[in-house]
Ligand binder design. Structure first.
Ligand code: NAD
Length: 462
C-alpha cells in the first residue's frame, strides 16, 4: 500500500469514530499482546540475527516492558478514558466543569534501532490505548527485526488502524510531508530537529525522545561493590547502546582507585574476546549494530589509547568491543564531546563538586543522571541544581521500568514523555468543558454597563 493511501485510510478510520470505543481498544491491545506472545521465537531470532541480542536480554529489555505496558493500559483504559470532574469557580456557579479526554487522531511513531521492539511498540501501545490510529516507522538498521515486526503487525491488523512502514531516510522524509495529529520520535538530537521542523509545517504536536551524555556521580560514602555492579549492568547492557546508559562517571578522587577495582571485579563475567559460539538464549554480550558505529567507537578508543584502564579489545568482523574503562579523563577529552552509545566508560575523578556541577550545567541537559551516595544533602544538591530528564539514586536505568514514572528528556535530550498514564496523556487532548444549566443568567455581565455594575463586578471577581 502506498504511504499516502495508508495515511488517508487512517484519517478516515479515525473520522468515523471506530477508535473511540474503549472496548474496541481493549480488544486490539489484547490481540497485539497475543500476537507478540505467539511469535516470540520469530522475534528473538530476528534480533539475534541483527546484532546478537540474546533471548534473555530481548525478553528483559524488549518484550517484558511491552507486555507490562499493554497490561497497564488494559487495566486502566476505562478509568483513564473517563471524563474528569474539576472544581467550578464561584463566578460560574451554578455549573459543573469537566475534562473530556479525546484521542488526537492519526499518530506517526518513528523508532530508533537500539531497542527496536520496545521503542516502536511502547509508544504505539499508549497511542492505541488513547484511541488513536498508528503508523510505525521502525529504524531500518536492524533490518530483520524491522521486517519481522512489519510482517506480524501488517498481516494481523488492518492498515487503516495500525500499520508498519519500513524504510530509512527516504521513507521517513516522505512520511513527514503529510499531516499527522501527533508525531512521536525516538532518536538522535540531529534528526529530532528535522522531525520538529517538518511537523511545524502542519502544526503537528511532537514528542521527541532524544539522547545525550548522562552523568553518573559516585560519592565516597556509597556501597562501592553494589554501585559498581549496578553501573556495570546498566552500562554494558546492549553493549552500551542504551539512551539512558551511564555515559560517564564522576567519582570522588579519594575512592577513584577502589572504584576502578570494583568495576573490574563487577566485569568478571563479561567477555574480553569475541564469543566464538554464541548461544542465542544466553549469549550475553551484544554486537555493535553496524560497521559505521563500530568504527566510530573504535576511533574513540584509539584516541584515548593511553587512558584505557581495562578492556579495549576489538574485533572488526564480529563488531565486538569488550567492556572498556577509561581513566584520568577530563571534560576536554574527545570521548566527552558526544554521546558515546557504546561499551566505553570514561571515568573522571573530582575533588570539587561545585565545579563539576557548574561544568555540567553549561552543557546540553542530559536525558538521565545517576547519583550513588547515602548522603541526602549531596543527593538533594544534585537533584536541585542539575536539570535532566529523569534518573535514579543508587541505581542506573531502572527508573524507566516503573510505569508510574513519566519517561522523557528536557532541553536537548527531548521533550514530552510517556510510559503508563503519561503515555496515555501524550496521545490525548483533554477538552475543557464548562457545563451550565438553564437556571438563571446574571444581568451584571450584560450591557448596558454602568459605574455601579463595574464596582459590583470588581467586588465579585476579587
Ligand atoms: P537516528 O536519529 O539516526 O534515527 C532515528 C529514526 O530516524 C530512524 O527511524 C531513522 O530511520 C530516522 N532517520 C534517520 N535519519 C533521518 C533523516 N535525515 N530524516 C528523517 N528520518 C531520519 O537515531 P538512532 O541512531 O536510531 O538512535 C540513536 C539515538 O537515539 C541516540 O542519540 C540515543 O540516545 C537516542 N535514543 C533515545 C531514546 C530515548 O528514549 N530518549 C531511546 C533510544 C535511543
Amino acid at each position: 500500500m502506498k504511504i499516502a493511501d495508508v495515511i488517508n485510510a487512517q484519517h478516515e478510520f479515525f473520522r468515523f469514530n471506530h477508535t473511540k470505543d474503549t472496548d474496541f481498544r481493549i480488544r486490539q491491545l489484547e490481540k497485539l499482546k497475543q500476537l507478540i506472545s505467539d511469535n516470540e521465537t520469530t522475534l528473538y531470532q530476528a534480533i539475534f540475527n541483527d546484532f546478537g541480542k540474546s533471548e534473555f536480554e530481548t525478553y528483559l529489555a524488549e518484550l517484558s516492558p511491552i507486555y507490562h505496558e499493554i497490561d497497564l493500559a488494559l487495566k486502566n483504559i476505562q478509568k483513564w478514558s473517563k471524563r474528569q470532574r474539576v472544581r467550578t469557580d464561584l463566578a460560574n456557579f451554578p455549573a459543573k466543569s469537566y475534562l473530556v479526554p479525546e484521542p488526537l487522531g492519526s499518530v506517526l511513531v518513528i523508532g530508533a534501532w537500539n531497542y527496536p521492539y520496545h521503542l516502536s511498540l511502547i509508544p504505539a501501545i499508549s497511542a492505541l490505548a488513547a484511541g488513536n490510529t498508528v503508523i510505525i516507522k521502525p529504524s531500518e538498521l536492524p533490518s530483520r527485526t524491522s521486517s519481522a515486526m512489519a510482517k506480524l503487525i501488517n498481516e494481523s491488523f488492518s492498515a487503516d488502524y495500525l500499520h508498519i512502514i519500513e524504510g530509512g531516510v527516504e521513507e521517513t522524509t516522505e512520511l513527514l510531508k503529510y499531516r499527522f495529529d501527533k508525531i512521536f520520535f525516538t532518536g538522535s538530537t540531529a534528526v529530532g530537529k528535522i522531525v520538529y521542523q517538518a511537523a511545524a509545517e502542519h502544526l503537528t504536536p511532537v514528542t521527541l525522545e532524544l539522547g545525550g551524555k548522562s552523568p553518573t556521580f559516585v560519592f565516597a560514602d556509597c556501597d562501592l561493590p553494589m554501585t559498581a555492579k549496578r553501573i556495570v549492568w546498566a552500562k554494558f547492557l546492549n553493549a552500551g547502546q542504551t539512551c539512558v546508559a551511564p555515559d560517564y562517571i564522576l567519582v570522588e578522587k579519594s575512592i577513584k582507585d577502589a572504584f576502578l577495582q570494583a568495576v573490574q571485579h563487577a566485569l568478571q563475567h563479561y567477555p574480553q574476546t569475541p564469543e566464538t559460539e554464541i548461544d542465542p538464549l544466553t549469549g550475553r554480550y551484544v554486537q555493535i549494530i553496524n560497521q559505521h558505529h563500530f568504527q566510530r567507537l573504535n576511533s574513540l578508543i584509539e584516541t584515548a589509547q593511553d587512558k584505557v584502564h581495562f578492556g579495549g579489545n576489538r574485533d572488526t568482523d564480529s563488531r565486538f568491543i569488550s567492556p572498556t574503562i577509561l581513566q584520568d579523563i577530563t571534560f576536554n577529552d574527545e570521548i566527552m564531546q558526544e554521546e558515546i552509545f557504546g561499551p566505553i566508560l570514561p571515568v573522571i575523578a573530582f575533588n570539587d563538586l561545585d565545579e563539576v556541577i557548574q561544568t555540567i550545567k553549561q552543557k546540553p541537559r542530559p536525558l538521565s543522571c545517576y547519583i550513588y551516595s547515602k548522603n541526602q544533602k549531596l543527593i538533594d544538591k544534585i537533584l536541585n541544581e542539575i536539570s535532566f530528564g529523569g534518573g535514579c539514586v543508587n541505581d542506573s536505568l531502572m527508573h524507566l521500568t516503573n510505569g508510574n514514572l513519566p519517561f522523557g528528556g528536557v532541553g536537548m535530550s527531548g521533550f514530552g514523555c510517556y510510559h503508563g498514564k503519561a503515555g496515555f496523556d501524550t496521545f490525548t487532548h483533554y477538552k475543557s468543558i464548562l457545563h451550565k444549566p438553564f437556571l438563571s443568567e446574571p444581568s451584571l455581565k450584560h450591557p448596558p454597563y454602568s459605574k455601579w455594575k463595574l464596582n459590583l463586578l470588581k467586588w465579585f471577581l476579587k
